[in-house]
Design a protein around this ligand. Structure first.
Ligand code: SF4
Length: 214
């Protein structure tokens, strides 16, 4: 059993390792966005619109965890470059939605591409290690979300349609009530377009049931 000092050392080391991985993510994002004449915020907005469809400026700011003026400046630049266009929100006549143009869609695909070096490094891990990493990262993102340290993520583990360990099948133990299908850990989603927020009082129970089986 680890003592408190060893636990603190371990969490420090994990935080240091995540920071190292963050370096490659940031430097690749900078390279990609510079080559495409986009700032990182502009590239993130394009990637977000591609993942979530037409959106309001306010929801983009909330999703990216930045201020509305920051998003407004980036959107103005994207409008000038022709990567996004404004259109009416049919559900609310006073609201305006931003959507990708064809050139914006092409840029978004490039912006959403993970660093090839990171994908190659992940390929060197065993399936078991990747599964364990995915579960741990989902737990970490959820904890950050609960602590309101990051914007809300559309993950299975916070979704009203998620039924963890609903099936007696080691490969596909979970159930998505939205598509009425069983699935395994490898298919757990971090950003799902069909996500629906689970009720606040159900979140802890969903997590407890999901995490009870390692
Ligand atoms: S709707 Fe999406 S987020 Fe919700 S359980 Fe199904 S796959 Fe997961």
């Amino acid at each position: 059993m680890l003592c408190l000092y060893e636990i603190a050392m371990e969490t420090d080391q994990i935080a240091a390792a995540l920071a190292r991985i963050g370096v490659i993510m940031r430097s690749f994002a900078w390279e990609q966005s510079e080559g495409a004449d986009l700032t990182p915020t502009q590239a993130q907005i394009l990637a977000r619109l591609a993942a979530r469809g037409p959106s309001r400026t306010g929801s983009l700011a909330a999703d990216l965890g930045v201020t509305q003026p920051t998003v407004s400046d980036a959107v103005a630049a994207l409008l000038r470059k022709g990567h996004v266009a404004r259109g009416p929100d049919l559900r609310d006549g006073r609201a305006v939605l931003l959507r990708l143009t064809e050139s914006g869609r092409r840029q978004a695909e490039a912006a959403a591409t993970p660093p090839p070096a990171l994908l190659a490094a992940l390929d060197t891990l065993s399936l078991k290690d990747r599964d364990a990493m995915q579960r741990a990262l989902i737990g970490l993102i959820r904890a950050l979300q609960v602590a309101r340290a990051i914007p809300v993520q559309r993950m299975c583990v916070t979704c009203a349609h998620f039924r963890p360990h609903a099936h007696d099948d080691a490969d596909s133990p979970h159930h998505c009530a939205f598509v009425d299908a069983a699935f395994g850990d490898a298919a757990l989603r971090i950003d799902c377009g069909d996500h629906e927020d689970a009720a606040e009082e159900d979140l802890a129970q969903i997590w407890a049931r999901f995490s009870q089986v390692a």
